[in-house]
Design a protein. Structure first.
Lengths: 230, 293
């Protein structure tokens, strides 16, 4: 579904990604873990086409998208769930949900979104920034599901959420996976990561330091947490 | 009492011009992050175009009211494609240099052909005379300006607030990069939005022709107050620019009527208000602090 080959990225003079290569198969949920500044968010932004200084190749659904602008990548089925949740203050909740065009084979109808998220339905005509942090996170996820995105790029969707909401995000991602949606996830919460993901990449200083499966992450949890500084 | 009402009415009419110009500046700034210092020049071109159409081709006011906004909107779109869009990646200083330079070019082009004297433009016959409001009479043409402008502002507000196009413009104004990540080709909307803002300036110019002296510098005089209006309303805020436009029109009219023995006060009151608003709310009355991309 997604193949990244020798991706390097810079912020000005500073190189933040060094020849990163990884693959995510269709229907897989894969996480990127790593310390702050390891390049996780930059990697996601590069896949979305939002990072200008980069070199390497990104292939999505057998198509080389390296040179495509972000809006064309989105129309091919990339769903963007930004770390700040991307709620528009000048758009209502419904408008936030319906802003992206439908792109994939299986977009959620608005009615289904509201059925799954009653809290969003009851606030549908409010400005999206009036929602609580947890509701804004649900909105961000619901938006890419309504869009019908085939690959979700989620930047720390559990950050700052209560345990109950973290569980809801997990349920939602598992539900999406069941319907064939692929997910690339930046995540610091290892417990959450092993609960939803199939595989994990540890990113360190702009490189893929290790590829791990769930059992490996679980058995080395203590060591990894110490490394991540959590 | 009737004197006060009359001053109020005059203030609203003056404010209507500020509102139309500030509205155009607001949508342009929102979408392009460009402050268009050439806006006054397009207002002048609107008025001058109406004058030339009538004097040299016999084209009446009503036709000019359609032709000039369309023609200037088109010119705006060409300029956006040719030069304005290059500003996005440059230091804001170039924004000032380019659009201010455009103003000088447009003004001098008109000056070199028609001189600096004011040209008279007759009020269209259908709108001459006065309307009797009981307590006072008011020129029909001014009533028309006020009604027309209010309708136009409501229409723009409706399009921006209630349609898919408006939703995209709002989203792209608030967070352009995020909006691209949601599959929307923001760049495609930039040129028509710029053209639309310019068309509003041209429209204001045509409306001004029968009421104000048509000369190459008419925009330069007005635009300074319009920028104060935009700053007071909040740069990029649609509602703020319209509300502040009418508000400043009122304050100016009242100032001129009741503070006429203190000309220094009545001429500077707009800028005093601006300074006070900025101290109180640095982003303007209805402005928002810039969100991250």
């Amino acid at each position: 579904m997604l193949r990244i080959e020798n991706l390097s990225a810079w912020y000005g003079e500073a190189q933040v990604l060094r020849e990163v290569s990884l693959e995510v198969a269709a229907g897989e949920v894969v996480t990127l873990v790593g310390r702050n500044g390891a390049g996780k968010s930059t990697l996601l932004r590069s896949v979305m086409g939002l990072h200008a200084g980069q070199r390497g190749r990104v292939t999505f659904a057998d198509r080389d998208v390296t040179k495509l602008p972000a809006y064309k990548r989105a129309r091919l089925g990339l769903g963007w769930v930004p770390d700040d949740r991307g709620a528009y203050a000048t758009l209502t909740v419904t408008e936030n949900l319906t802003l992206p065009p439908r792109v994939g084979p299986d977009p959620w109808p608005l009615a289904r979104v509201y059925e799954a998220f009653p809290a969003l339905y009851s606030r549908r005509d409010s400005a999206a920034t009036m929602l609580s942090g947890g509701e804004q996170q649900m909105l961000a996820l619901a938006r890419v599901l309504r869009m019908g995105a085939r690959l979700l790029l989620c930047d720390e969707p559990t950050e700052g959420l209560s345990p109950l909401l973290v569980q809801q995000v997990g349920d939602l991602l598992r539900e999406a996976k069941k319907h064939g949606v692929t997910v690339l996830l930046v995540e610091q919460n290892l417990h959450f990561a092993t609960g939803v993901a199939d595989r994990h990449y540890l990113l360190a200083e702009g490189r893929i330091a290790e590829a791990m499966d769930n059992s490996e992450v679980r058995s080395r949890e203590r060591e990894l947490l110490a490394y991540l500084g959590i | 009492m009737s004197g006060f009402l009359q001053n109020t009415f005059n203030g609203l009419v003056g404010g209507a011009f500020y509102a139309l110009l500030a509205l155009g500046l607001a949508v342009i700034f929102g979408m392009l992050r460009v402050v268009n210092f050439a806006h006054g020049a397009f207002y002048m071109l609107g008025a001058f175009g109406a004058y030339v159409l009538l004097a040299e081709a016999g084209v009446p006011f009503w036709a000019a009211l359609v032709i000039m906004p369309l023609a200037l909107g088109l010119l705006g779109m060409v300029l956006e494609r040719a030069v304005i869009h290059r500003l996005t990646r440059l230091d804001p200083l170039y924004n000032f240099l380019l659009t201010f330079g455009l103003t000088l070019i447009l003004q001098d082009l008109v000056k070199s052909r028609y001189g600096v004297q004011s040209s008279p433009y007759a009020t269209p016959a259908e709108l001459s005379g006065t309307v009797d409001f009981g307590l006072f009479d008011f020129p029909t043409y001014r009533v028309f300006i006020l009604g027309f402008t209010v309708l136009l502002c409501v229409a723009v507000w409706w399009v921006l607030g209630r349609t898919r196009v408006g939703m995209v413009v709002r989203a792209a104004t608030e967070r352009p990069e995020l909006t691209r990540a949601f599959g929307i080709d923001v760049g495609r909307w930039v040129t028509p939005v710029f053209g639309f803002g310019i068309a509003l300036a041209g429209l204001a110019g045509v409306l001004a022709a029968p009421m104000r002296a048509v000369n190459p510098l008419m925009g330069a005089d007005l635009i300074i107050v319009v920028f104060a209006v935009v700053v007071i309303g909040g740069l990029g805020s649609i509602f703020g620019s319209v509300a502040a436009g009418f508000g400043i029109g009122l304050i100016q009219a009242w100032g001129e009527a009741y503070l006429s023995e203190f000309p220094i006060v009545s001429q500077t009151v707009v800028f005093v208000v601006m300074a006070a608003v900025l101290l109180w709310r640095p982003a303007g009355l209805f402005g928002r602090e810039e969100a991250p991309a």
